[in-house]
Design a protein around this ligand. Structure first.
Ligand code: BYC
Length: 326
């Protein structure tokens, strides 16, 4: 089969809605695009643990602490699924982590902003996880099997996160004037960074055409951003909350909430490493990587030992004591 015929058969499979699996033939560019996108997504999950992780020790009640701990732990799990998905395409964990820690890799711009108050935790849950779900529900239908299956599981967990965040925002919005001001202030700070999560306008999105051709993305950055705005604005208004956009208006003709211009200079500054917390986030990841060195070394030593002593290790004595209860 020529490469052209292979490409034709590959695209026909995608058109029929079939999933592409790791051992299947795929164009080199499809593989590259997926590694780029999935590894960036994995990095976003593990860097995304940091802004909220900073509040675990300061959660106001035990229940809130448990919820936040579970959420941050979920994000680590999402990172794991995604690194595994990228590994099925031939990327190695070491290379991906090295790219992140040496600032070569991108991760979502939104995690380079500080969490200044407890209300930020609710707002991240509702807005940031809410935005992520809209994007990931689309990616759950992506043409690459391992990515799409990881997304199904991630979306189920993110839905909990969104509900937890929404519950917190509702509670704070009905609380004391101070709590209300705190939650409004958090929305004011997270609104624009959340909209930027969806990526540049379609006219500036250099990867979209290829990703859409191969069924990785099925909706554009602007389309998804609009879905998010339309969903969120009525809910915020119902709580007496607002977004910091004087140009926001409802367009009767299209039924869309139209937003004012996004500050793309700020977006690119953050993406290029010069946001408010980029240096701090990477430093925390580098430290975590260093702190985990002994675990990696112990695992490597264990694997080496298994190679020399067999998969069971040295023979252990078998006897009734093995099963004795204390
Ligand atoms: N931040 O051609 P475009 C979570 C880059 S974590 C940084 O439109 P594409 C959570 C883009 O990579 C889940 N960079 O790209 C965790 C490209 O650069 P390269 C976060 C961005 O791929 C903890 C260039 O700009 N979600 O939910 O078609 C706690 C041009 O863009 C960003 C994901 O990671 C950005 N915001 O579309 C709470 C979703 N936007 O690579 C929550 C997975 C764009 O060519 N990713 N860039 O050098 C995607 O869906 C897509 O990659 C994007 C961009 C929509 C982000």
């Amino acid at each position: 089969m020529t490469d052209e015929a292979r490409l034709e058969a590959f695209e026909a499979r995608i058109a029929r809605g079939e999933k592409i699996e790791p051992g299947d033939w795929m164009p080199e560019q499809y593989r590259k695009q997926l590694i780029r996108m999935i590894s960036q997504h994995a990095h976003s999950e593990i860097v995304g643990m940091l802004p909220e992780g900073a509040w675990i020790t300061r959660a106001p009640t035990l229940r809130r602490k448990l919820v936040l701990l579970a959420k941050v732990q979920d994000e680590a799990g999402h990172g794991q699924y995604l690194y595994h998905a990228a590994e099925t395409l031939g990327a190695t964990r070491e290379q991906m982590l090295d790219d992140l820690l040496s600032s070569r890799a991108k991760y979502s711009s939104v995690f380079n902003y500080p969490t200044l108050s407890w209300a930020d935790i609710g707002v991240i849950g509702w807005l940031v996880d809410g935005a992520a779900i809209i994007n990931q529900t689309m990616l759950a239908k992506s043409s690459y099997g391992p990515y799409s299956r990881a997304m199904l599981r991630i979306c189920a967990e993110e839905t909990f996160h969104k509900k937890q965040g929404q519950e917190m925002v509702i509670l704070l919005s009905q609380g004391t004037p101070k709590q209300r001001a705190m939650v409004q202030n958090a929305i004011n700070r997270w609104w624009w960074p959340t909209l930027m999560m969806f990526g540049p306008h379609d006219s500036e999105s250099k990867n979209s055409a290829e990703l859409m051709r191969w069924g990785v993305k099925t909706r554009s950055n602007d389309e998804l951003r609009q879905v998010f705005v339309n969903q969120l604005i009525p809910d915020l208004h119902a709580l007496g909350l607002s977004v910091p956009d004087p140009q926001l208006r409802f367009d009767e003709e299209t039924g869309n909430w139209l937003i004012g211009p996004i500050d793309w200079d700020e977006f690119w500054r953050v993406v290029k490493g010069n946001g408010p917390c980029n240096a701090e986030r990477l430093e925390a990841r580098r430290q975590a990587h260093e702190d985990g060195r002994w675990v990696r070394e112990a695992l490597a030593a264990y694997a080496e030992k298994q190679k020399t002593e067999g998969p069971q290790g040295p023979q252990r004595p078998q006897g009734p004591c093995e099963f004795a209860r204390p």
